[in-house]
Structure formats: C-alpha cells, structure tokens
Design a protein around this ligand. Structure first.
Ligand code: PLP
Length: 352
C-alpha cells in the first residue's frame, strides 16, 4: 500500500524531534536530565494562563470562536493596533499562509541554515523550494536574498535565526522588502529575547508578515498557540484558507492569561539574558552571539552528533545541528534552562 503515499513522505527527511528526556534518563541512569534541546521555557505556564485555560475547559462542549477574537483583542492590548491571525502554533500559521498564497509548482524561498519547517511545509504543498545560503558568518546577504525572491510569491526569513541565533538588521529586511514582489514571512519566534523591534515595519509595508509564537518565552509549547501580524488585505483570505477552529478554546484562553502576566515574562527574559552571557563567557568552545534563548556552539573537532551523544550520557539533552541543511556537521544548539540544568551543562561541556 506504500505506493499510495505521496513521494515527499516516502524518502528520508522530515521534521527532527528531540529525544525523549525519560528515555535518556533511563538509558544513562539519571533521575532527571537537563532538557536543553527544544528552546522551551523551562518553567510551567503562568498561574493566570492555567486558570484561564481551566475555565475554558469547562465550556469545552462548544466550538471555539473561529477567529479567536478574544485572543486578537489581547494581542492588540499587548502590541498595539495591528491585524492578527492565529493558528495551531506558528507552524500552523506557516502552513495556512502557504496555502493562502502559493499554487503548487510556484517558488518559495528560504535562507539557510534555518528552521526546517518552511521547506517541509512548502514542499508538502507542491511548491518549488529555493534556498539562499547565508554568508560564512551566517549573516544574510540582502541583495542575494532579494534577487532569489524576484520570482517568488513567498519567502521565509528567520530572525533571530534558529539555529545560529543572530538577528537580521532592520535595514537588511527593508532592502529585501523593497526588492521583492511577493510576501516576506519574517519568523520572530525568538524576538522576545532580542533588542530589535520589527513591528513598525508593518505600518510601511504591504508585503510583510511577522510570525510569533507563545511556545518560547510565554511557556505554552504544549498548547500550540501561534499568531502573526498580517497586512489588512491578507486577513480575509487567510481566514478562508485556514482549517476551521484550528486554535482550540483552552489554548486561546491560556494565551490571553499568559499575555497579561508581565512579571513572569520579564523574569523569564532576564533569566535567559543572564545565562546567555555566561554561556558565551564560560563554554570552552566557540559560542556564537545569540539574540535568542539558545546558543549555537562549534564543538569541532567533535561532530555535533558525537557531542550530543556524550552530553546525553552526562545527563544533558542538547540539539545536534547536523540535520540543518547548509550547516557543517560540528555544531550543537543549547537552550537556556533552569539554573541546575545550565550548571550541569557547563560542567559537562568542560568534560567533553
Ligand atoms: C519553535 C519555532 C517555531 C514554531 O513554534 P510553534 O508555535 O511551537 O509552532 C517557529 N519558528 C521557529 C524558528 C521556531 O524555532
């Protein structure tokens, strides 16, 4: 029956998931392992998020509001007067945007090395995926990127970038936006940890989408809440293309609670910034500057796979970057976790 499966799913590739912490703990005899492989917030959701989610659960017999209007309202209170669309994680938003604008066979551009899901989702939709390599230092060459985008309806750029951690300067984004006809999806999953603000660009460009997620700083990875700033003209078409009720009512309510808890968010951000600096100073390998809640580390002469394996044996889960196309085989990505996790990581990497 395998012949029935689409070609894009019968080969190698696909999304790479982190190893399960329980499996690693059992295999190496630890009570608990440091979970630094998935860029999550190590702390549980804010009490305000949990309370709001529980209240919504009591009305779980009803379908959610298809536009998640209450969440859109909370987002306007948080960010200001912009247009928002929502989805099941930013991944869900990415899929819907592709579905809204790209016909099978049309070109989608992405800058590599980067988050793999743009290419996976675009290819699954039948698009032709064109990748534009970043420079040697992993910065984006805006002229080269804009050139590749000339024929494209949609392009993806990640800033701060996963896994390299660097941000694309505002002027470079402007140069790209001015040089392309199609839409630019700027993935801002980690922008909460950076000192850069792309939101004002939404007032000046009709072809920009800013992707956001509640999975990282806001600590709701398990609830799958993503959203995007979109130009006004796009919104009705996005709504038409979206899977009905993609964002469930419990997650939407929890997101509203999380957005209101500014103290918890500020603390989480400060914690990340403090430890990011310590990783930069104390890890005995080359650590790349990062604006996100993780750092990329060059572990040569080890490979990323070897380093990840040996760190796991010392009770620390990190991400080997070998599955990121366009990157060498000697990098790992390490999230900022709780104090005990970060301390265990620093000790382990000194003993690599
Ligand atoms: C984690 C991540 C996302 C997706 O987040 P979800 O909202 O959990 O789907 C999107 N883009 C990048 C770069 C990420 O690292």
């Amino acid at each position: 029956m395998r012949r029935l499966i689409r070609a894009c799913y019968t080969g190698a590739g696909g999304y790479s998931y982190a190893r399960k912490a329980d499996d690693v703990a059992r295999e190496h005899g630890f009570d608990r392992v440091a979970r630094l492989a998935s860029n999550e917030n190590p702390r549980p959701p804010s009490p305000a998020a949990i309370e709001a989610g529980m209240a919504a659960l009591r009305e779980g017999n009803r379908y959610p509001d298809e536009r998640a209007s209450a969440l859109a309202g909370a987002l306007r209170r948080y960010h200001g007067d912009y247009r928002f669309v929502t989805g099941a994680g930013m991944d869900g938003v990415i899929e819907t945007v592709i579905r809204t604008v790209v016909e099978p066979g049309e070109t989608v551009v992405a800058s590599t090395p980067t988050f793999s899901f743009y290419g996976i989702a675009a290819a699954a939709h039948g698009a032709r995926v064109v990748t534009v390599p970043r420079r040697e230092d992993f910065s984006v060459d805006p002229a080269a990127f804009a050139r590749a985008c000339r024929e494209a309806k949609l392009a993806f750029l990640c800033s701060p970038n996963n896994p390299t951690g660097d941000s694309v300067p505002i002027e470079a984004v402007e140069e790209i936006l001015e040089g392309m006809e199609g839409l630019l999806f700027l993935d801002n999953a980690y922008v909460d940890f950076a000192d850069i603000d792309y939101r004002p660009l939404m007032r000046r460009y009709e072809n920009l989408i800013l992707g956001r997620t509640m999975s990282k700083l806001f600590g709701l990875a398990g609830l799958r809440v993503g959203y995007a700033f979109v130009p006004e003209w796009l919104e009705p078409f996005y709504q038409k293309a979206a899977t009905p009720f993609a964002l469930n009512s419990v997650s939407a309510a929890a997101a509203i609670g999380a957005l209101a808890d500014t103290d918890q968010v500020r603390e989480a951000r400060d914690h990340v910034r403090e430890w990011r600096q310590r990783f930069l100073e104390e890890v005995p390998f080359k650590v790349f500057h990062s604006d996100a809640n993780f750092v990329m580390i060059d572990v040569a002469p080890h490979t990323g796979d070897e380093a990840a394996e040996r760190l796991a044996a010392m009770g620390v889960l990190v991400r080997s970057c070998t599955s990121f196309p366009g990157l060498g085989d000697h990098y790992i990505r390490v999230s900022i976790g709780e104090d005990w996790e970060n301390t265990r990581f620093l000790e382990a990497i000194r003993n690599l």
